[in-house]
Design a binder for this molecule. Structure first.
Ligand SMILES: [Zn+2]
Length: 221
């Protein structure tokens, strides 16, 4: 019964997000859908990073381990998308340890298609119930391990992305996963922020600006 219930909740979450996302891209953010390459005016993107604790209640990384990645994302988003990366709640730090205990299956998650399957199970329910906010902010969870990846995002289908400790300590992976959450997919060349491996650069193409800036996560307020 619980499995069916988790599935129904996931379908509801994803359907709502598809509707909200379409409304932003076609109505509220239509200017950026068409003219995002102009990078005008400045927009805002709010992020919260929750570091999970392992089964011995030790945080999987320390908040200080994320400083490089946060600074990289701030610089890259301002330069490429004229978007300011801010903490979800202005009084708080971007990264903090989540006090609620995470079960084993959440600490060891799957990447890509496996992550989509997990969205329909207990793991998806855990992430959904620990979001920093609905629809607008992006919540990034730092887990112990992601199968075959160091970060993962289901794009606009969810309000969260995940990183493992390698991804959290790497400079560009946080920015890369947030860019996925804002609707961007993998592209060549290597110099692009959306190149799949750590050797990526932080350049973007003009049409990537349109997609990023018209996401529901990138706001005028
Ligand atoms: Zn990627």
């Amino acid at each position: 019964m619980e499995k069916i219930w988790n599935g129904i909740k996931a379908i509801t979450r994803i359907t709502t997000r598809i509707i909200v996302e379409s409304f932003h891209r076609l109505v509220i953010n239509i200017f950026d859908t068409l003219f995002g390459f102009l990078n005008w005016p400045e927009k805002k993107l709010r992020v919260k990073i929750f570091i999970l604790q392992d089964l011995q209640a030790r945080p999987v990384v320390s908040p200080g381990d994320l400083i490089t990645a946060i600074e990289y994302a701030k610089r890259s988003f301002k330069k490429n998308f004229n978007t300011r990366l801010l903490p979800h709640k202005s009084s708080q730090q971007i990264a903090e340890v989540l006090q609620r205990k995470a079960p084993y299956k959440v600490l060891y998650t799957k990447g890509s298609i496996g992550a989509l399957a997990e969205e329909f199970r207990m793991t998806g329910r855990f992430f959904a119930s620990n979001l920093s906010g609905l629809f607008y902010p992006i919540t990034v969870f730092v887990v112990l391990d992601i199968d075959h990846a160091s970060g993962c995002s289901l794009g606009p289908l969810t309000d969260y992305a995940t990183l493992d400790p390698d991804g959290a300590k790497n400079a560009s992976t946080l920015a890369h996963e947030i860019a996925h959450a804002c609707g961007l997919w993998h592209v060549r060349p290597k110099s692009n922020l959306l190149w799949r491996s750590f050797s990526r650069g932080d350049e973007v193409m003009w049409w990537q600006k349109n997609i990023f800036r018209s996401s529901r996560h990138v706001t005028y307020w």
